[in-house]
Design a protein around this ligand. Structure first.
Ligand code: CP3
Length: 361
């Protein structure tokens, strides 16, 4: 795998807090149902899981948004739930209901049977997709690999699917914290092995999605989510200096914990729209790059309103960062939705490039 920097390396430079000609932008869920070409490839595959498990088709849908918009990074097309699936839980999707597990975790005995899956065995299809996408990108933009956070994976593993109140997983943590920690430890081992294998296969940046950390009380967040994010940041091997593969810790509802996230050793922190970017920059004190944070709902607004919101995010970051744009990766605060218009996504991506170039400081 080539270790040459990609021709467009704005995203990697921003993660290293180096100067860039314009603010780099990519979007969570940039590949997905809002694109008609995605819906066509998914129909050809028959199901989402068939699509994710076929490296050639996963590569095709990864590249689709890059053909439409001048995005500064590609993200592997896969899912965070591939890991618990490979741990034997049996992932399946019911249309309109989201992901489900055939064999969720319901006892301490279930936890004790879990083991780290083989990254070039059960999860080989993910690594093959990374290798295929790197080959097809041919050095144009960097490729992001990803994993769910241990807590977010545990939510799905214990609830057996999505949940409105996380009653099962929270009560397991309260009733039997030792068992919960055993679950989180083995899941963290799996996450570290998964991210390392994606790096070895060619991923040039790595993101951890802690989508459900924000549903915890602060005391429980520190014990059951933050502690394992810290372990990943400390233990994930990812090279030094120019050879470093940056790690981004994205969390929904993580605004209360930015000081802690900034010093756990990750290169970047991703935030949602409930915190001003300038405040995030100030509170992290130059220890990390910041990724975010436009409210995805802005994409339902008119083009002028989208451009206005982009300008606000760019200015807020620069003001909080002592007048400099360095260290900002533009993104949404969460993912794109299936009913969003591709034309509005184009307005957003172009506005980030145009406005950040005009306002260069
Ligand atoms: O960002 C990207 O473009 C890369 C692909 C990606 C997907 N899922 C594709 C996907 C990524 C990074 C994920 C991560 C993921 N998956 C998260 C963390 C990020 C977040 O959104 O909070 C979570 C919680 C999941 C679990 C999951 N998988 C959910 C909740 C769903 C949606 C179910 C639904 O029907 O809306 C999925 C399925 C899924 N993963 C889809 C896509 C494009 C939709 C599947 C389809 O085509 O029907």
């Amino acid at each position: 795998m080539s270790t040459e920097p990609p021709r467009n390396d704005r995203f990697l430079r921003a993660l290293r807090r180096e100067p860039v000609d314009r603010t780099p932008v990519w979007l969570m869920r940039q590949a997905g149902r809002y694109l008609p070409e995605y819906r066509a490839t998914r129909a050809q595959a028959g199901s989402f899981l068939n699509l994710a498990k076929n490296p050639e088709l996963a590569c095709e849908v990864t590249l689709q948004p890059l053909r439409r918009f001048p995005l500064d990074a590609a993200i592997l097309f896969s899912d965070i739930l591939t890991v618990p699936d490979a741990m034997g839980l049996g992932l399946y999707f019911v249309d309109g209901e989201g992901p489900k597990f055939e064999r969720p975790i319901s006892s301490a005995a279930d936890i004790d049977r879990l083991a780290v899956p083989d990254m070039e065995g059960e999860l080989r299809y993910v690594m093959d997709a990374v290798r295929t996408i790197r080959r097809e990108l041919d050095g144009s933009v960097p490729l992001i690999g990803f994993s769910g956070s241990p807590w977010t994976l545990a939510c799905y593993m214990v609830e057996g699917g999505g949940s409105s109140n996380y009653a099962k997983v929270k009560s397991l943590a309260m009733n039997d914290p030792a068992a919960m920690h055993r679950l989180l430890e083995v899941t963290t081992d799996a996450v570290i092995a998964y991210l390392s294998a994606q790096r070895a296969a060619g991923a040039q940046a790595l993101q951890v999605f802690d989508t459900w950390g924000g549903v915890l009380s602060p005391a429980m967040y520190r014990e059951f989510s933050l502690r394992y994010l810290q372990r990943i940041a400390a233990e994930l091997p990812r090279g030094d200096g120019a050879d470093n593969t940056p790690l981004i810790l994205f969390g929904k509802g993580n605004a209360g914990y930015l000081e802690d996230l900034a010093v756990c050793g990750a290169e970047a922190v991703g935030v949602d729209w409930t915190v001003e970017l300038g405040e995030a920059a100030r509170r992290t004190r130059g220890n990390v790059a910041i990724q975010g944070n436009l409210d995805p709902v802005a994409l339902y607004a008119q083009p002028d309103a989208i451009r206005h919101a982009v300008g606000h995010a760019l200015d807020s970051y620069a003001i909080g960062n002592g007048g400099s744009r360095e260290g900002h990766v533009f993104n949404l605060g969460h993912g794109l939705s299936p009913d969003m218009q591709p034309e509005h996504v184009a307005v957003l991506v172009n506005a980030v490039h145009e406005l950040s170039a005009q306002r260069q400081i």
